[in-house]
Write a protein that binds this ligand. Structure first.
Ligand code: ZN
Length: 224
């Protein structure tokens, strides 16, 4: 095999297949540093190596290292573009030290991003529905690239805070079709009922007084 980075696509594919085989045979630990990223395995590694603009020499290095099963004196950069975190939205470089794979920087939100919203409701009447963002004209606010990218937790939280400023509690609830439950004369909770794969049957407290059709994956609360 050539080691100067000049091998063609077929050779590159063969190298990646060998890397996958070696990784499957002897899986290495992976430290995500608190980020929420794809499950890291041989396939993910092959994907990263295949996509990286520095892929060819890196593939070569990784193959040599994995074949030799050695502890490296220095850290090898596997992917400069790295893995995307669903929570903080950052792309973090991936490194390998001969013993484990790890991401370069810790996630600023290892426990998720807390979000609470306060609404002023002098009338005491709240309207609850799906996506009310078009009604508030917030889409016209100039945005940094990706700042409100709702594919990431950080973008959804920023969007929720933006909506709070214009008087709407706006929360991403997925396609969960939650219900509104009255806990007492002053308190309500919005929760999902039914069945959840991870948590089993869900029976929120309180009396069900409304349900929200979340076709657009959001829940909006405004004063009536
Ligand atoms: Zn993160």
């Amino acid at each position: 095999m050539e080691t100067n980075g000049k091998f063609g696509d077929k050779e590159g594919e063969r190298v990646i297949e060998e890397i996958k085989e070696l990784c499957n045979k002897s899986p290495k630990p992976f430290d995500a540093m608190g980020h929420q990223v794809n499950k890291f395995d041989a396939d993910e590694l092959a994907l990263l190596l295949g996509q990286d603009s520095f892929g060819r020499p890196v593939r070569d290095d990784v193959l040599t290292i994995l074949r030799a099963q050695i502890r490296l004196p220095t850290v090898v950069t596997i992917s400069h573009r790295g893995m995307s975190c669903w929570c903080c939205g950052n792309k973090i470089p991936l490194y390998y030290d001969g013993k484990k794979f790890f991401l370069g920087t810790p996630c600023p939100y290892p426990d998720g991003i807390p979000l609470s919203v306060e609404l002023n409701i002098p009338s005491g009447v709240i309207m609850v529905t799906d996506n009310l963002s078009p009604a508030f004209d917030v889409e016209r606010i100039p945005e940094k690239h990706g700042f409100y990218d709702i594919n990431y937790d950080i973008g959804r939280v920023r969007f929720s805070r933006l909506m709070e400023e214009v008087g709407c509690a706006f929360l991403c609830v997925g396609q969960s079709f939650p219900g509104v439950y009255r806990l007492d004369s002053k308190h309500f909770t919005i929760a999902r009922y039914g069945y959840d794969d991870d948590r089993g049957e869900l029976h929120p407290e309180g009396i069900l007084v409304a349900s929200i059709d979340t076709e657009l994956w959001w829940c909006s609360l405004v004063r009536s």
